[in-house]
Design a protein around this ligand. Structure first.
Ligand code: AP5
Length: 215
């Protein structure tokens, strides 16, 4: 099963993609995570991407498409995959189509902008393993240390600064939201209304997947 998670920055795509990945035993592929790894490794591509990410803008399509192209041919994608944060523009979605990648289900997590701003201010991430937490909604059991890898001291993501969050939201409305129509026209778009509690959103997400499997 090939699934795309759509939604505004901070809507909870990564959180739900990880849950579904564990449940269905298929990889969750986040272009954001891969780009941040390239930034941390200071590769030429990473340094170029950083300029866009720090401003809350999208990294150019050709860069992101080349990352996805390499990733989707890996053996672990054979039985399905989850795309978290890709596609983010119509040309990226068209690339998937042209390459013959069949998407079964697109889950849009719908969260109002005001809620997004509140969530981003509380997000903390592990610089070592990339695990994501929220100080209120999903705290680490080890305080400001990562309880997944046990090594990293949790930090605020560079692009979670308030001024960058506003710019990411604007980018989302202008460039990514049109994808809802793109996939709705294909009849594969399902919307999950993001809930206050992570577990409630997870339940709704699994319900959508169950209904798809039974249809
Ligand atoms: P990326 O890392 O993909 O960022 P994003 O889409 O902005 O999404 P986030 O990771 O911020 O949020 P999320 O929706 O995954 O939410 P999360 O689960 O963490 O991309 C970063 C940058 O890379 C982009 O700005 C762009 O520059 C570039 N990029 C990436 N892909 C690209 C592409 N395809 N094309 C071009 N450029 C690209 O949850 C957020 C917080 O809320 C967490 O703290 C979480 O614990 C909490 N939370 C989650 N669910 C709930 C809930 N139900 N209730 C309460 N809290 C919750």
């Amino acid at each position: 099963m090939n699934i795309i998670f759509l939604g505004a920055p901070g809507a909870g795509k990564g959180t739900q993609a990880d849950n579904v990945s564990t449940e269905l035993n298929i990889p969750s592929i986040s272009t954001g995570v891969m780009l941040r790894e390239a930034v941390a490794d200071k590769t030429v591509m990473g340094l170029k991407a950083k300029e866009y990410m720090d401003k809350g803008a999208l990294v150019p399509d050709d860069v992101v498409i080349s990352i996805i192209k390499e990733r989707l041919v890996k053996p672990d994608c054979k039985n399905g995959f989850i795309l978290d944060g890709f596609p983010r523009t119509v040309p990226q979605a068209e690339y998937l189509e042209k390459s013959g990648v069949v998407i079964d289900l697109v889950i849009d997590i719908d969260v109002p902008d005001e809620k997004i701003i509140e969530r981003m201010s509380g997000r903390r991430v592990c610089p070592d393993c990339g695990a994501s937490y929220h100080v209120v909604y999903k705290p680490s059991k080890k305080g400001d240390m990562c309880d997944k890898c046990g090594k990293g001291k949790l930090i605020v993501r560079n692009d979670d600064k308030p001024e960058v969050v506003l710019s990411r939201l604007q980018t989302y409305h202008e460039q990514t939201k049109p994808l809802k129509d793109f996939y709705a026209k294909k009849g594969i778009l399902k919307t999950v209304i993001g809930q206050e509690e992570v577990a409630d959103t997870t339940n709704l997400t699994f319900e959508v997947i169950k209904n798809f499997k039974n249809s």
